[in-house]
Design a protein around this ligand. Structure first.
Ligand code: HEC
Ligand code: HEC
Length: 175
C-alpha cells in the first residue's frame, strides 16, 4: 500500500473513533458551584441525564434530599437550578442527552437517574452481586465503576471496571 493510502486510512479511522466516543460523552460540568455543592456525597451528576421537570422536582423538595438534609441559600439554589435546567435532557443538544430522553415517557418524572429507562437498560445485565458488594455503596455511586464519570465518560473503554473476586476489580466483558 502506498504511503499516501496508509496515511488516508489512518486519518479516517481516527475520525471514526473520535466520532464514536464523542457520541456518548457528556460535556464536562462548567458550573463550579454545581461541582462543589452537588459533588461532595456523590459525583455531580451530569444534568443531561434527567429532564427539566425532574430537576425542578428534586430541587423543589430541598431541604429534603433522599435521606439527607440539604440546605442551600435561595440564591445558590436558583443558580444551580438554572444550570440544571439549561443543560437538562430535554434542553441539551448532545447525543448523550437525547438517549436519556428517548425512552422516558412524558408522564414520568424520575428524580433518580437510576430510575430512568436508559440507565436500567444499560445495567439490567449486571449481576446482583455487584450491588451488594460493600465497595458499591449505592447504584448512584457511578464513579466506583465508571472511574472517569466525573469527566462525563461512561463508555467501556473509559475506565470502566467492575467488582471482581477477593476485592479485586476487573474489566467488564459483555458476556
Ligand atoms: C449531603 C450529601 C449530599 C449532597 C451535598 C447532595 N446529595 Fe444528592 N444524594 C445524596 C444521597 C444520600 C442520595 C441517595 C443515595 C441512595 O440512597 O441511593 C442522593 C441522590 C441523588 C440523586 C439520585 C441518584 C440516583 O440514584 O440516580 C440525584 C439526581 C442527586 N442526588 C442530585 C443532587 C444534586 C443536584 C445536588 C446538589 C444540589 C446533590 N445531589 C447534593 C446525598 C447528597
Ligand atoms: C457496579 C458498577 C456500576 C455502577 C455503580 C454504575 N455503572 Fe454504569 N455501567 C456499568 C457497566 C458494567 C456498564 C456496561 C454495560 C454494558 O454495556 O453491557 C455500564 C454502562 C453505563 C452507560 C452506557 C455507556 C455506553 O456508552 O454504552 C452509562 C451511560 C452508565 N453506565 C451510566 C451510569 C451512571 C450515570 C451511574 C450512576 C448513576 C452508573 N452508570 C453506575 C457499571 C456500573
Amino acid at each position: 500500500m502506498s504511503r499516501f493510502l496508509i496515511a488516508a486510512f489512518a486519518t479516517i479511522s481516527i475520525a471514526v473513533a473520535a466520532g464514536a466516543a464523542a457520541d456518548d460523552r457528556f460535556p464536562s460540568i462548567s458550573n463550579e458551584a454545581l461541582r462543589s455543592e452537588c459533588g461532595d456525597c456523590h459525583i455531580a451528576y451530569q444534568p443531561q441525564m434527567l429532564p427539566q421537570r425532574s430537576w425542578r422536582k428534586l430541587m423543589d423538595a430541598l431541604p429534603k434530599h433522599f435521606d439527607e438534609e440539604l440546605s442551600l441559600d435561595e440564591e445558590t439554589k436558583q443558580h444551580l437550578l438554572r444550570y440544571l435546567l439549561d443543560n437538562a435532557a430535554d434542553k441539551s443538544k448532545v447525543d448523550a442527552a437525547r438517549k436519556f430522553l428517548r425512552d422516558l415517557s412524558p408522564g414520568d418524572t424520575p428524580i433518580r437517574i437510576t430510575d430512568t429507562p436508559r440507565w436500567k437498560d444499560k445495567h439490567h445485565e449486571l449481576p446482583k452481586s455487584f450491588w451488594s458488594d460493600p465497595r458499591v455503596a449505592t447504584k448512584g455511586d457511578c464513579a466506583v465503576c465508571h472511574t472517569e464519570a466525573a469527566r462525563g465518560l461512561y463508555d467501556d473503554d473509559d475506565g470502566l471496571r467492575v467488582p471482581g473476586p477477593n476485592e479485586s476489580w476487573r474489566r467488564w466483558e459483555d458476556d
